[in-house]
Write a protein that binds this ligand. Structure first.
Ligand code: SF4
Length: 321
């Protein structure tokens, strides 16, 4: 479970969620039986929401195919949904002491300095090279301790800035250190600017302190997560026009008010959202297939991503933080 939570996510972010997630789903059985909405709700705020679905399906596979016990062979582990090379290495090595390398950010930094790799660390060629190097270094005896030591070396001694080379057991072998350029490695070439998607969102509340949320489609970004009624727009200056169209469905005379704009960065795109509020003085009868009225205090029971919380905060619903 921890390795799914840690994919592309920092330890300090995961720590805030770990206890809650583990408390709710302490065993593969508990997770396999859980409702998908509850799993997404527990994952809220962690990002990369596809992982929640993968972990849920992995738990089901573990229960149905392996009698509820996490499999111990690399082949069975690799067959679990959401297990890529990093997760396979981490689980196989940490849990079962199998000889699989782990290449996390800390290990990448150590190895790229050890060999003084001056190509972009994110390129697939460099990644292949680093995996091969990690594999070649791995001893057959106690690979778990070796992997852990290598990660700790990167986390504590071979730090991004001012590495403590005088404490490092590899100081005589390390090419970047010997050349006096340790701090300039690894090389990261920034990706081109990511595209921006403009959106207009309407945060609707009614007299009963309920909030109207819509569920996103089952595929793509933030699949099945919840957000205010919203749509993509071409030109942010047209946002009011779009929001008025959205509000028409509610059959109300109340007019949307601009609360502000927020921006949220995903890995491959940025959302710039114009956030409007619409306060209904009555209890709304509106319903639709994708929308649901949710008591504001019950938001934690749904899969609500960080970008939705930003929109709600912008709309003045601070109880959602
Ligand atoms: Fe990192 Fe310095 Fe050790 Fe090289 S010698 S691996 S740069 S800590």
């Amino acid at each position: 479970m921890s390795e799914y939570l840690l994919q592309q996510t920092r330890v300090d972010t995961v720590l805030k969620h770990w206890q809650r997630f583990h408390g709710l789903f302490p065993t593969p059985f508990a997770l396999a039986q859980a409702d998908a909405e509850d799993v997404r709700a527990a994952w809220s705020g962690l990002g990369y929401y596809r992982r929640a679905g993968y972990l849920h399906h992995a738990a089901k596979q573990i229960v149905f195919k392996h009698s509820g016990v996490v499999p111990k062979t690399a082949e069975d582990l690799a067959a679990l949904p959401g297990v890529g090379r990093y997760t396979l290495g981490a689980v196989a090595s940490h849990a079962f002491n199998l000889p699989f390398p782990i290449l996390d950010g800390n290990v990448m930094r150590v190895l790229s300095r050890l060999d003084h790799i001056t190509e972009n660390i994110q390129s697939s060629t460099t990644q292949k090279r680093l995996w091969l190097r990690a594999e070649a270094l791995l001893p057959s005896h106690n690979p778990r301790d070796f992997n852990q030591a290598l990660m700790d070396l990167g986390a504590t001694v071979c730090s991004p800035k001012k590495p403590l080379c005088h404490l490092c057991p590899w100081q005589h072998d390390c090419r970047a250190h010997r050349r006096g350029v340790a701090e300039s490695v690894p090389i990261r070439i920034r990706k081109n600017k990511v595209p921006t998607t403009f959106r207009a969102a309407l945060v609707v509340t009614d007299k009963n302190d309920r909030l109207l949320l819509q569920q996103r489609p089952s595929g793509g970004l933030l699949a099945r997560m919840w957000e205010p009624v919203a749509c993509d727009i071409d030109d942010p200056s047209d946002s009011l026009v779009h929001v008025k169209k959205l509000s028409k469905q509610l059959k109300t005379r109340a007019t949307p008010k601009l609360a502000g704009t927020i921006s949220h960065r995903f890995t491959h795109r940025v959302w710039a959202v114009s956030v409007f509020t619409l306060t209904l003085r009555q209890v709304s009868e509106y319903s639709s297939e994708r929308c649901r009225w949710v008591p504001i205090d019950d938001l934690d029971k749904l899969g609500v991503p960080t970008v939705t919380r930003k929109m709600l905060q912008c709309a003045g619903l601070n109880r959602t933080s």
